[in-house]
Ligand binder design. Structure first.
Ligand SMILES: Nc1nc2c(ncn2[C@@H]2O[C@H](COP(=O)(O)OP(=O)(O)O)[C@@H](O)[C@H]2O)c(=O)[nH]1
Ligand SMILES: [Mg+2]
Length: 326
């Protein structure tokens, strides 16, 4: 990307231009032009830090998108400018679930204050967590004050995404059976607010007491209060008021106590670590590429087809260019 078009893209984003934003996210996502992406994020960085980030997580089909759609109503009523990033577990090509999420939130398609963006969870050279965190920065700089990340909370990369959020809503439903055991082990750790959706279904009360038991064992949340547990029925709009209020209350408490800013520092630590680790991994990759090519170089020099310094300089520059354009 030329310097001029890069600057143009930055101004477009800062003005909140949706086409610019979409273009920037694609840039962050496909990882083809790593250098342009890094320059873009660096230019935006000083404009970031104003958005509140929500994570909505839970197994597939529990009603995350349906809940989100209902929460959007409240957020819009309170005049928030909202970006939704749906991280889809399906392959980049299937698109089925993406379509479903789109449909569920379709009524915001014409609302300029709502931007819904799906991202496939596979196929990011820098990992989905990195791509999501870039997308968050782009939206943040573009003036979206609330950014919601929907993701299924299973697997390490999914958990990494959720670490970006200021507040994590963990969605469960009755009838998960054995899954609840797994949830207790892993996913419970990442939730700040616990939601039992589909409370119209059998077994909601039992799940509620089970969950309450687990939460009691866990003690108090980071702000020293009890963990909020909310029953909802997203399809009938039940419990959404309470969920919305609880989430805002949680965020207010966190802000006032100074915990949120510590959380942000922690998040930065995590991001810096992740980027640095990825960079080191790249270098290792560089080494292994070198290994595969070295024999060819030696041959050319051996046969006097090339002189050593010239060839090595040339080849190394080629390798570096290749890495930059991945
Ligand atoms: N019975 C019932 N069904 C619901 C409720 N919330 C969502 N659903 C349905 O559950 C299905 C999956 O919802 P979706 O929002 O796509 O789940 P996601 O995969 O977690 O995003 C859809 O058919 C919804 O209509 C609820 O509270 N009760
Ligand atoms: Mg969904």
């Amino acid at each position: 990307m030329s310097k001029k078009s890069a600057q143009e893209l930055v101004s477009q984003i800062l003005e909140g231009n949706t086409r610019g934003i979409a273009k920037a996210i694609s840039l962050a996502e496909n990882g083809l032009a790593i250098q342009s992406k890094e320059e873009l994020i660096d230019s935006l960085y000083s404009h970031c830090g104003n958005a509140t980030i929500w994570g909505i997580t839970g197994p597939s089909g529990v009603g995350k998108s349906t809940l989100l759609d209902k929460l959007l109503e409240h957020l819009r009523r309170d005049n928030h400018k909202v970006a939704v990033i749906v991280v889809d577990p399906s392959s980049p090509f299937s698109g089925g679930a993406l379509l479903g999420d789109r449909l569920r939130m379709q009524r915001y398609a014409t609302d300029e204050q709502v931007f819904i963006r799906s991202m496939a969870s596979r196929g990011h050279p820098g990992g989905i967590a990195g791509a999501t965190s870039d997308a968050v920065k782009i939206f943040d700089a573009a003036g979206y004050d609330t950014i919601i990340i929907e993701t299924i909370g299973i697997g390490q990369s999914e958990v990494e995404i959720v670490k970006l959020a200021d507040v994590v809503l963990l969605i469960l439903v009755p009838g998960l059976g054995d899954e609840i055991q797994a949830l207790k082990a892993g996913m419970m750790e990442i939730g700040d607010i616990f939601v039992i959706n589909k409370s119209d279904l059998n077994g909601a009360d039992r799940l509620q007491s089970e969950l309450q038991y687990v939460l009691n064992l866990r003690g108090e949340d980071k702000s020293g209060s009890e963990y909020p547990l909310v029953m909802t029925c997203a399809t009938n709009n039940q419990g959404i008021n309470e969920l919305y209020d609880r989430t805002n209350h949680y965020l207010t408490t966190l802000t006032q106590s100074g915990i949120l800013s510590r959380k942000h520092r922690k998040r930065l630590e995590y991001e810096v670590r992740a980027i640095a680790t990825a960079k080191i991994r790249e270098k290792i990759d560089f080494n292994s590429r070198l290994e595969t090519q070295l024999d060819g170089w030696i041959n050319e020099i051996w046969l006097k087809k090339a002189s050593p310094y010239k060839l090595i300089n040339q080849k190394i520059n080629g390798l570096i260019k290749e890495m930059e354009h991945r």
